[in-house]
Design a protein around this ligand. Structure first.
Ligand code: CP
Length: 320
C-alpha cells in the first residue's frame, strides 16, 4: 500500500508523520527547509546541543543497511538532546522470528516518541505509522523503491544553498531511476518547488513505466540530458534490487552513463553535482567528478543533519 499525503498530515494540515514527499504541501516543505537553515552550523560551535527534544526517546529501526541516514539521524537526535537508540536489527530478536510489529510494540512499551524506519519493503514505514500509538511519530528513512523523504528534503536544501531559487533551474537525474526511492522523492519535491525542467536520464531498462506522468522529460542519451543543466543528481546502480540482468556490464554502463569531466562539461559551467551515496566510483561517476570542485556530495551529508533535526523537532518537539 502506498502512502498518500493525508496519511501523514493532521486534519488541520500539520505534519504527523513524514512518510513521503508526494503531495506534501509546498508550505510544509518550505517550512522544513527554513527550519533546517536555523540548525546549520550548530556542529561547528563549542556547544553542539539544543534542549528541544530533552526527555524524548527516538528509536532508529534500520532493517536495511545504511551509513549516512542512520548516522545523521542519530547525530541529529543527540544534538536536540533526545535519548536515541539505534537498534541493531542483526542482533535483535528479529533473528528469532519476531515480527516487525511485535518489535515496534515492544519498543513502544519503552516509551518511544519517534521511530525512524528503513525497510526493504515499500510501505513498511506507512504500515508502522498506522499501527503505532497516537502520540508516536514515524519517519520513513527509505522503504523499498518507494520513498526516501528526508533524502529528498536534504537534496532540496542543498540545491537552495548553492543555487537559490528553484523555478529557473534545469535538473538532470541520472541513473537507475527504476529502483530509486531517492529519485521519486526528488522528483516530487522538485515539482512542488516549481522546477519545470526535470530530466531523467537512463537506459530504457532502468526507467519505470509511466515516469513521464510525474512531469519529467525522459532522455536516453547522457549528453542530451546534461546539456545546460544547473544540477546533476547521480544515482547508484541498485544491484541488490535488480531481478535478472538489466545491463550488459558495469563497464558498458559507465561508458554510456558514467559522469566524467568531459560529460559534465556539457552542463552549465557552474552546475553542481549531487549524489545521495553510497557512490560506486567508476560505475556511475568518475572520481575526478566525485572529488572535483563542482561536487556538493559531502555538503549534502552535512546538511542532512540539520534537515533531520528540523523534521524531528517539527514532529515531536512542539515546533509550530
Ligand atoms: N543516502 C542514503 O540513504 O545513504 P545510506 O544508505 O548510507 O543511508
Amino acid at each position: 500500500m502506498m502512502t498518500t499525503a493525508t496519511d501523514q498530515l493532521t486534519a488541520d494540515g500539520r505534519l504527523r508523520h513524514l512518510l513521503t514527499l508526494q503531495g506534501l504541501p509546498r508550505d510544509v516543505l518550505l517550512h522544513i527547509l527554513d527550519a533546517a537553515a536555523g540548525f546549520v552550523g550548530l556542529g561547528d560551535g563549542e556547544s553542539k546541543k539544543l534542549p528541544l527534544l530533552r526527555g524524548k526517546t527516538v528509536f532508529n529501526l534500520f532493517f536495511e543497511s545504511s551509513t549516512r541516514t542512520r548516522t545523521t539521524f542519530e547525530i541529529a537526535a543527540k544534538r536536540l538532546s533526545a535519548d536515541v537508540i539505534s537498534l541493531n536489527v542483526a542482533t535483535s530478536s528479529q533473528s528469532k522470528g519476531e515480527s516487525v510489529l511485535d518489535t515496534v510494540q515492544n519498543l513502544e512499551a519503552m516509551d518511544a516518541d519517534l521511530f525512524v524506519v528503513r525497510h526493504a519493503a515499500s510501505g513498511a514505514a506507512h504500515f508502522i505509522a498506522r499501527h503505532t500509538r497516537p502520540h508516536i511519530a514515524v519517519v520513513n528513512a527509505g522503504d523499498g523503491r518507494h520513498a526516501h523523504p528526508t533524502q529528498g528534503l536534504l537534496d532540496m536544501f542543498t540545491i537552495r544553498q548553492f543555487k537559490g531559487d528553484f523555478a529557473p533551474l534545469s535538473v538532470a537525474i541520472v541513473g537507475d531511476v527504476l529502483h530509486s526511492r531517492v529519485a521519486r522523492s526528488e522528483i516530487h519535491a522538485l515539482r512542488t518547488l516549481g522546477v519545470h525542467d526535470i530530466r531523467v536520464v537512463a537506459p530504457r531498462t532502468l526507467l519505470p513505466a509511466g515516469i513521464e506522468d510525474l512531469g519529467v522529460r525522459v532522455c536516453h542519451d547522457l549528453a542530451a540530458g546534461l546539456q545546460g543543466v544547473d544540477v546533476v543528481m547521480m544515482l547508484r546502480l541498485q544491484n541488490e534490487r535488480m531481478k535478472g540482468s538489466l545491463l550488459p556490464s558495469a563497464g558498458e554502463y559507465f561508458k554510456n552513463y558514467g559522469l566524467t569531466p568531459e560529460k559534465l562539461a556539457l552542463a552549465a559551467p557552474d552546475a553542481i553535482v549531487m549524489h545521495p551515496g553510497p557512490m560506486n566510483r567508476g560505475v556511475e561517476i568518475d572520481s575526478a567528478v566525485a572529488d572535483g570542485p563542482q561536487a556538493v556530495i559531502l555538503p549534502q551529508v552535512t546538511f542532512g543533519i540539520a534537515v533531520r533535526m528540523a523534521v524531528m523537532n517539527l514532529l515531536i518537539g512542539g515546533a509550530a
